[in-house]
Every structure is written in C-alpha cells, then in structure tokens.
Design a protein around this ligand. Sequence first.
Ligand SMILES: *Cc1c(COP(=O)(O)O)cnc(C)c1O
Length: 382
Amino acid sequence: MKEGQTLCALAREGNLRILPEVRHDGIWIEQDGRRMLNMSSNDYLGLASDATLQDEFWQSLPERDRLLSASSSRLLTGNFDVHQELETLLAERFGRESALTFSSGYHLNTGILPAVADVHTLILADKLVHASLIDGIRLSSATCIRYRHQDYRQLQSLLEKHRTNFERMIIVTESVFSMDGDVAPLAALVELKKAFPNVMLYVDEAHAIGVRGKRGLGIAEEQGCLADIDFLCGTFGKALASVGAYVVCSRLMHDYLVNRMRTLIFTTALPPLNVAWTKFVFSRLDGWEDRRIRLASMAEKVRGAVRQADYPCPSESHIVPLVVGESEKTVLKAAEMQRKGFYVLPVRPPTVPAGTSRLRLSLTAALPEGEVERMGELIVNS
Ligand SMILES: *Cc1c(COP(=O)(O)O)cnc(C)c1O
C-alpha cells in the first residue's frame, strides 16, 4: 500500500514521527524510566505546573461554571455567561472594541481568513507562518503570495505592485516565530499598512501572549501598537496554560465573524469549566511580570551559549533553536540531550524547511536556575 511506502521513506530520511509516551511530574517528564527536565513544553510561564494556582482556582470556582461540556455551538445553546465574560475581559485589557474566542488556535487560524478573504483579496503571508495559517489561506478563495521571512522591502514592493489589482490586501504574520524564535517588528508593519488605504494586518501572538509586554499582552503591547492591528490573535494553550484562542478586533468584525466563520459556527463551544480557568488565568496576567523577567533572563543565557557554540542564533525570545541541519544528526543530538537529562525534541521537515532540522529549546519560567546553566554548558561543550 502506498501509505506503507510513505512510512518507509520517512523512516529512511529520519523523518518518521510517533506519538511519544510520556509521564508528567510538574517541570519533569519521564520516558522509558528516564526522568528529564521538560524543555519542549509551551508552558512558558510555568502556570500549567503551578499546583498552588490551580488550588486557588478550584476554591474560587463558582458552581455555575462546573460544567464539563457546552453541549452545543456558541450560536445555539452553547453560549454561556463565562464565554461572554472572558470576551469582555479580553476587549477591556487590550483596550479594543471587541474580542471573540474559539476552540483552539487551529480553529482561529483556519476560520478567520476564509471568512474575510474572497477572490478580490490578496493575502501576503510571511514565508514562515504556522501550518494553521497556511491551512486557513488554502481554505480561502484569495490569491496568496508568501514573502521572504521578515523581508519588508519585498512586502512593500508587493503591496505597491498589487494595490489596484485587489479590493483588499491582508498581511499575515506571527509576532514571535514558532521555529526560529525571532520577533517581527510589528510597529514597522503598522506603518507599512497605514501607507495604503486597503491593507489589513493579521498577527498571531501564539508564542508571545503572556510572555512579552509589561502586562503580558504580547509583542503588540511591547511595541506600542495594540490599537493598530486589525486581527490581533493568540492562543490560550501555551503560556496561559489552558485551551482555546482569541482575536481582538472591531465590533463590526466581531459581528461579521459570528455570521460567517465556519470554525466558530459549526463546532461545539469550549466547556464552561475550561473557559472559567482561562478567565481566571487571564485576569491575573499583569501580575506575573516577575515570571516574564525570569524567563527573559534565562533565554538570554541559553542564546549566549548557542552563539558561543557557533550555531546560528536567529532567536530573540524564549524559543531557542539549535539548528543542526540533517534530520538524522538532529535525532541523534536530541537523544544525547535526553541522556543528559533534558527532554529536547527534534523538529524536522515538513515543520521546518529541508536541511534546517533542529532541536527546539522552549524555556519556561519554572526551570531551576542551576539547570539552565547546566544546559548552557552542555550546548557549549557538545
Ligand atoms: C500553537 C500555534 C497555533 C495553534 O494553537 P492551538 O491553540 O494549539 O491550536 C497557532 N499558531 C501558532 C503560531 C502556534 O504556534
């Protein structure tokens, strides 16, 4: 069967994937009897492993929100008070008219673009945007051009070239990029967008929400452009230690999406219990500046070690890739790190371009200082 041949080919290239069987114990992870520090989780602020915080949540949880299913779409009977309250809180914190929440970042990114982009739309997307955004673009009837990663001169010339060919152009980018850990200058994109009458900006802050900005509102807060991004998006599944995703946008866009966004309309709403947890965590976000500072300083150390070991270091964040190149070598290197007590995973094509297989170190504020140092030494001496 052709599926069997595909699997054999993947195995030969060192690109075969399996579902890892692991046990969790806070910041630790156990696999095949080996206990390792988890360096591959998206729990950037250490909230998912914070038992005290979770105790507080259970204590304060109203009876009303102790529901394990919404049993319906938001548009039918699945729209609970807590969904609305979370959206009001989001809009208020971001200082914007409206917010809308979804079942996941994947739903978010595969739902908005097909709803707003038609055949008269040109989508200009960064070459390295997440697979969920690519899928959203594919589901839309827009024309799409991918610009070279963070090459805004190319982006500008594309905008100029096509300004009269399309009714609307939408720039699509991440803020902290998931595989390189570099940061988009959003303020520059806002400038660029404002130079044209018909350009909208779509920013996915999946890896920045909670982590960046003084109050944890992401790179848009850090760069002072919260008010200028048409679709300011993020997920609750990473630093916020929950599940779901959001967009903050205009009231008009909110109302339009409620009418046209298929991944909102045709799916069961998140259970009130999970939404209550998201609301609890998000409402405390501005109080965790100490964690953000700690994470930034750890990341600085690890990036220093990567540079010292002469690896390329595109990262400007807590996501630090160790770009090895070949997939097989990368797999071996990951195994070596695991033997030394760090649960690091190889990232291979098609997640990253061929020839750039890497270890993706993703740091969390809960890591012990000494272990970060040991990790740095291991990178330098390997
Ligand atoms: C993780 C991620 C998503 C998907 O979010 P989920 O809530 O996990 O579905 C979307 N965009 C980017 C950039 C991501 O890294």
